[in-house]
Design a protein around this ligand. Structure first.
Ligand code: SF4
Length: 170
């Protein structure tokens, strides 16, 4: 293959990638609610939201603008919605995005949205109780370790933080 053919092939592949990107964005855009303002794709990452005050950063899968001008975060989960509803970790993650949006835009989102792989959509209100739960978790993380954890060898063997953990049991 001569250099010209290679350049043409590269251009063609780039064109196909851009087209696919456009298709994914257009498909997501139609899902609502509101207007799609940003989408986080491997080839085109969305904006990282930061809060100095809460020492938080995050990059939601989507940001959407509601008709009243408020923005909401949308988080995609590839698995189906668990039988018991959104797990605590999903809720905390979504609320952290709500807090980050509030900090960055100066307006609180009314809710955040979780989209599951089975098509289920769950909207979680960003209200006083959600804020309390998130901030109390954050306060717990920031507090000095009080030594009360009783790590088990079985759990620590599977733990992804074991490399940097100095209280692991195995
Ligand atoms: S390795 Fe550390 S962080 Fe992980 S479960 Fe054990 S004690 Fe907890």
């Amino acid at each position: 293959m001569n250099p010209l053919d290679l350049e043409l092939l590269a251009l063609l592949l780039m064109g196909v990638a851009l087209w696919l990107l456009f298709l994914v964005a257009a498909r997501r855009s139609r899902r609502g609610p509101g207007r799609l303002r940003s989408v986080d794709l491997p080839s085109a990452p969305g904006p990282v939201l930061r809060s100095e005050r809460y020492r938080l950063t995050g990059r939601p899968d989507e940001l959407r603008e509601l008709p009243d001008g408020r923005w909401i975060p949308v988080e995609w989960k590839s698995r189906p919605l668990p039988r018991g509803g959104p797990p605590w970790s999903h809720r905390i993650q979504l609320w952290a995005y709500c807090l980050l949006l509030e900090e960055n835009l100066g307006r609180a989102p009314p809710f955040g949205r979780l989209r599951y792989g089975d098509g289920t959509v769950v909207d979680l209100p960003w209200d006083a109780s959600a804020r309390r739960e998130l901030l109390s978790l954050r306060a717990g993380i920031e507090a000095p370790y009080d030594g009360r954890a009783r790590p088990s060898p079985a759990r620590c063997r599977r733990c992804r933080y074991r490399g940097g953990c100095d209280v692991r049991a195995a």
